[in-house]
Ligand binder design. Sequence first.
Ligand code: ADP
Length: 490
Amino acid sequence: MFIIMISPECAPVAKVGGLADVVFGLSRELEIRGNPVEIILPKYDCMRYDQIYDLHVDYHDLWVPHYDHWVHCTVFAGMVHGRSCFFIEPHSDRGFFSRGVFYGHNDDDERFAFFSRAALEFMYKANKHPDIIHCHDWQTGLVPVLLYDIYKNVGMTHPRVCYTLHNVKHQGVTGEFILRESGLKPASEYFRLDRMQDDGNPFAINLMKSGIVYSNFVTTVSQQYAWDIKTSDQGCGLGHTLYTHSDKFGGILNGIDYDVWNPVIDRHIPYNYSIETINDKYKNKEALRHRLLLRQEYKPIIAAVGRLDHQKGVPLIKHALHYAINNGWQFVLLGNSNEKSLNDEFLAIKAQYNDHPDCHLEIGYDEELAHLIYAGADMIIIPSLFEPCGLTQMIAMKYGTVPIVRGTGGLTNTVFDVNTSDLPFEQRNGYVFYDYNHHGIEAALHHAVGLWYSFPETFRQVMINGMRYDYSWNNPGQNYLNIYEYIREK
Ligand code: ADP
């Protein structure tokens, strides 16, 4: 099967969050299974060009319809760690993808509507006929609309569309001009509640909703999140649409890349280890303390790694940090935020604990330190308000670091509580709390740290239980192939 991914992100060249890892990891798995994949991306000026091999012009003069004129584009091709990628560069005064950042401009809706149209125009002109177009998040929600209402009429009848929702908090709610921009007319055809009209604002077009309505199949990144967004306010207004389209909607848990996240072969950690040599994890704990100037003493290290975002439960992270220090445990945080005020808040806490021998905060993005923390910490907290899938808990488990999570979205599908899960003990791999408050996280921390101090052998078994789980792309890869097969045959 020939698959084309149309995506605003792909790791490691254009990465903001987990979406980038999914596009790369899934594409890789599909290719390992013998299915050629091509990935179409915007050619951002701020990409990691050092991660692209053999970047060259693939298609010189691509003219893309835009309102009542055409925009001249050049399409580049290059390999990103073995994946075949195409990068669309528009030559327009608007500088759609030369803004120094991936997102965050007032015209993001127009930028990505343009990208969606350009990706299809490129496929059409370059004579690409994939079996499956797999598109991602609101930025590419227009792709199935354009495919079925414009490009099908000029001969692109073959491809079927799979659309993945990575986070429904951002939906691309925009104005009627998007229809004019992309050549979709008459507007009355699309301004309908069963098509592109936003459920909350009758004068707005909702790009994510459009993707859901027009695709052949819609997935999201965990079974629990699929349920949450269909049945609760976590759907942010999309619940009704998802409910209406239930027969073509489901959750598939993301995988992680065990070539990157694996303590047996990890090049970023000083001591490699496996279940058999798990004691070597403690050499990494020493190394982590050494690097972060923490005291070497018999006590657990609790970690937090991730974006400092409302979604991630910032108030509970802060509370856990103070609580751990007050109880004489150690706490390590690696994180950053797009919001200056949040970064400043954490920088103030960092200053407060500046010379503290049991606490270190690193405010920034540091891939290498992240690896050392996963290897060196005993536990990791993920107290998210909501979590579509979450990769941190799966990565932590591979490193024998026990996750303490709030039971929401993908966290529920991957972490099974040591005390309360129905599963046999060998499958219990962490701690889950539900109450989004201080009491909730304190109780979970006490259970985890209590076991660590009082029953170290049982704690070690929980670590091993987590390390045994297979959260690679193996299962999700097969699940996506099953969906592709299903929609091809329909
Ligand atoms: P999200 O996609 O919502 O940010 P995920 O848990 O799905 O959260 O993925 C987060 C990924 O980003 C993990 O691989 C995590 O290690 C990494 N990460 C997040 N923040 C940082 C940081 N400040 N430094 C290094 N890696 C980070």
